[in-house]
Ligand binder design. Sequence first.
Ligand code: ADP
Ligand code: TRP
Length: 331
Amino acid sequence: MKKEVVLSGIRPTGFLHLGNYFGAMRNYVRMQDEYDCYFFVANWHSLTTHPDTKELQNSVHRVIAENVACGLDPDKVALYVQSDVPEIAELYLYLNMLAYKGELEKTTTFKEKVRLQPENVNAGLLTYPVLMASDILIHRAVKVPVGKDQEQHLEMARNFAERFNYRYGNVFPAPQAFNFGSELVKIMSLDGNGKMSKSENQMSTLYLADEDDAIRKKIMKAKTDSGPTEPNSVKPDYIENIFTLMRITSSADTYNKFEEDFNKCSIRYGDMKKQLAEDMVSFIKPIREKAADIQQDKNLLHKIIQQGADKARASAAATLQEVRKAVGMNY
Ligand code: ADP
Ligand code: TRP
């Protein structure tokens, strides 16, 4: 039986962090055996907000290297760079004719970006959802693992697919946002303010590229308080987050010990953070080192990127042929 097509993209706009790992990359890795997977670095998308490309090449290489270091196997999945697949740009052109100014201007992320960068409200920003729909539809993907903030974009991708099918004939299945497994982890920032994010305070975010000492320092600075005064209290958000980090990186015994201490009001957050820091170092270090090795090995990187591009282009060309036939652009 043909496997279902899964696709997702990451914008190379900063260093990947623990939230990206537990919210996205870990799920990609778990999906690679069961599905026909396409994962890519959305470098065209990053031009809508980051027109300066001095850092871009490094970032693209780092995202590829970190994904492989986290366990994505370039032999199993198509791991590629968006700009290596020009078929996406042609599909974007056709879909742009079916996307209306009104609906694009109403998109939440567009309105937010207009507020954040009023001096650069470019057409690419307006048509961001059309490019994202092209990324998805070019492989006729049906499952798209993304966070909640991307749901509106997914709905727009479905609308564009439906509109295309109605006007030109049935080419695209309807893509759906997808949560892998029931456990949706959200990693909060270490200062307790919002989620860990590429653009957040660097001292409150644990990056996969962080050195051991930086990891220790950040965790020791994480927000705590003087501890609970009543047995079995409800944990404040920032304490819950430290327990979440421990649950996903430390052993069950370690986690249970501190949970018990908390419930008995005998917890010492200094000790807990020291333990968490060591376990976090053991978790991040091998990923960081493997990613650095890959990033330095330009031959290997190019091989991975080329292999991904070949796979992605084969699939994209097959879809584009159907698209051209449907639109009537086959002379
Ligand atoms: P960022 O907010 O750091 O720019 P993105 O918006 O590029 O991250 O998200 C890339 C992927 O990582 C998405 O699938 C998103 O759901 C996931 N993700 C990002 N931050 C977190 C977090 N703090 N906890 C869980 N998942 C996250
Ligand atoms: N817009 C997504 C984000 O900001 C990145 C992205 C671009 C994407 N194209 C995609 C995600 C296609 C899933 C599918 O996170």
